[in-house]
Design a protein around this ligand. Structure first.
Ligand SMILES: [Zn+2]
Length: 530
């Protein structure tokens, strides 16, 4: 997947405008390099920041990250019980765990031990591959190139499931995988143990690539004997789960969902205990602000979902298809904290082609306003956008075209059709490894993602005719700008017109027709002559 360039104005884009005289009168305002006028009021941002506690976000993140949270595991359900208790304490209503039965039992690691017993005694740090079968044996350690593998323990760089597929008929007793991960071209470090899985009848243990190199060096010198002890707990019935709770609005059936996936390997701090812990703090923040009369009760209901990534929402919408029609917008936070002392980016993933939405323009406006006002590249960020102990980076924003990589997949699916805002501050070097730890999170980014998750949720939850009108005006400007940059504005016109209509979910009385007509004029004016 390719990263899109950083947002901003380009001379190319405006040069194109200047070339088409017919559109100039209509679009003159777009040419001005004016500071971004925020759709979400600055006063709301400051009100949120006056209550938001990054310390609590991190505390909740740490509590969640203390559980190993594989999908369909007791560890996940334990973390879910923790979230339920906090969510109730923070004033969410109708808090419960939705369970979706699975044919396979809950699976949790009990013991994982690997040690060299000859030629030298040496323990090797290891975790079970998810779903590993039990094993308790002492045997020769060989590489997969060795001929007869019966009863032997095989060392491989491949992921264990793939290795088992290739070697199963040769009868190994267990597979030790020193695989590394690769995410968007970045390799996980050599001392990181990767999260991977095997079939339930296969014994598999994960070690770091560094440990793999050490073992391989030993094998080169002579026979190596290892002791393997793998033990898991399996409990029927299996279930994946999701915690739900809400802050009821004055009207129901036009709800906003804030979602973060609660599942993953241990400790899964940035991915995604951080998003889950942040959601708890946002629940606390909103209820505290309401209780102290700093904000009113919301017009629309805010729902909070702590999910088993993608799968729980898919199961939920299968069981309750009517619920999808009651949700206006989803806001997904997946990786809230980035990595300390790293070059972090706020990644915003746009809606898919089949679901053009004002939400892309709303979050662009918000993120670019906050960046320009509080944390631009040119100077030290305002202290409002820095947390104690956190980095002082500017708020770098990156916008990705739709990628089916997090919970938004379930909301934005065809047939569900809930538009979304998906936010992430990824730590791609550490993702899905045992090094994704709480101490590596950057409190500054935890603060920023919390703000940028709650602010659009609150804005949309309370949007009335005036806000809808402002969103429509703004979406029109951005749509016209996109058409001007497009290689084929006539092709893109229907999608941009649909995007304008999407604003009517905020106010069904809104007349979008004049804007759609003007967009047509723009498309005709900027299209290439045949
Ligand atoms: Zn994630």
């Amino acid at each position: 997947m390719a990263e899109l360039p950083e947002s901003g104005t380009s001379s190319l884009r405006y040069g194109r405008y200047l070339a088409c005289g017919a559109a100039i009168g209509l679009l003159a305002a777009l040419l001005a390099e004016a500071p971004i006028e925020p759709l979400v009021p600055d006063s709301l941002l400051r009100t949120i920041l006056s209550e938001l506690s990054v310390d609590n976000s991190i505390q909740q993140t740490a509590a969640i990250a203390s559980h190993t949270r594989y999908p369909n595991s007791q560890g996940f359900l334990d973390a879910a019980e923790y979230v339920v208790a906090r969510a109730r304490e923070y004033g969410l209503q109708n808090v419960r765990i939705e369970r979706f039965p699975q044919p396979a039992p809950l699976w949790d690691q009990v013991e994982a031990q690997l040690s060299v017993v000859a030629p030298v005694e040496q323990p090797i740090p290891t975790v079970l591959a998810e779903h590993s079968a039990d094993a308790d044996l002492t045997a020769q350690l060989v590489e997969s190139s060795g001929g007869d593998l019966r009863g032997k323990v095989v060392l491989t760089d491949r992921e264990p499931e793939e290795a088992w597929r290739a070697l199963d008929t040769r009868g190994p007793a267990a597979i030790i995988s020193a695989a590394s991960g690769e995410f968007f071209g970045r390799r996980t470090p050599s001392d990181a143990i990767l999260w991977s899985s095997v079939g339930r009848s296969q014994a598999g243990l994960m070690i770091s690539p560094h440990s793999g190199d050490e073992l391989r060096a030993l094998i080169k010198r002579g026979p190596v004997t290892v002791r393997v002890h793998a033990k898991a707990k399996r409990v029927m019935p299996g279930a994946i789960g999701m915690v739900t709770g809400e802050i009821p609005g004055a009207q129901s059936g036009q709800d906003i969902v804030l979602a973060a996936h609660l599942d993953h390997q241990f400790p899964g701090a940035n991915d995604n205990a951080s998003g889950s812990g942040t959601l708890l703090e946002l629940a606390r923040t909103v209820n505290r602000l309401i209780a102290s009369n700093r904000i009113p009760k919301p017009r629309r209901t805010l729902r909070f979902w702590w999910t088993t990534e993608i799968a729980a929402e898919q199961a939920y919408f299968r069981e309750h298809p009517e619920e999808a029609k009651k949700i206006l917008l989803s806001i997904v936070l997946d990786q809230a904290g980035g990595a300390r002392n790293a070059e972090n980016n706020l990644v915003i993933i746009y809606n898919p082609d089949w679901l053009p939405s004002y939400a892309d323009d709303l979050i662009w406006n918000l993120a670019e306003f906050v960046k320009g006002r509080y944390a631009p590249a040119e100077h030290e960020p305002d202290r409002l956008l820095i947390a104690p102990g956190g980095g002082h980076q500017s708020l770098r924003t990156v916008y990705w075209e739709y990628q089916p990589i997090t919970d938004e997949v379930a909301f934005e699916a065809r047939g569900i059709g809930i538009p979304g805002i998906a936010l992430a501050v990824p730590s791609l070097d550490l993702i899905h490894t045992n090094l994704d730890t709480v101490d590596r999170l950057d409190p500054t980014w935890m603060k920023r993602t919390a703000l940028l998750t709650l602010a659009p949720a609150w804005f949309v939850a309370n949007a009335g005719p005036r806000e809808a009108r402002a969103v429509l005006e703004y979406t029109f400007q951005r749509a016209a700008s996109r058409l001007a940059m497009s290689g084929d504005p006539i092709r893109d016109l229907p999608r941009e017109r649909q995007r304008l209509d999407s604003v009517r979910t905020l106010d069904p009385q809104l007349n979008t027709q004049p804007y759609k007509d003007r967009l047509e004029t723009v498309a005709q004016a900027v299209r290439k002559p045949n």
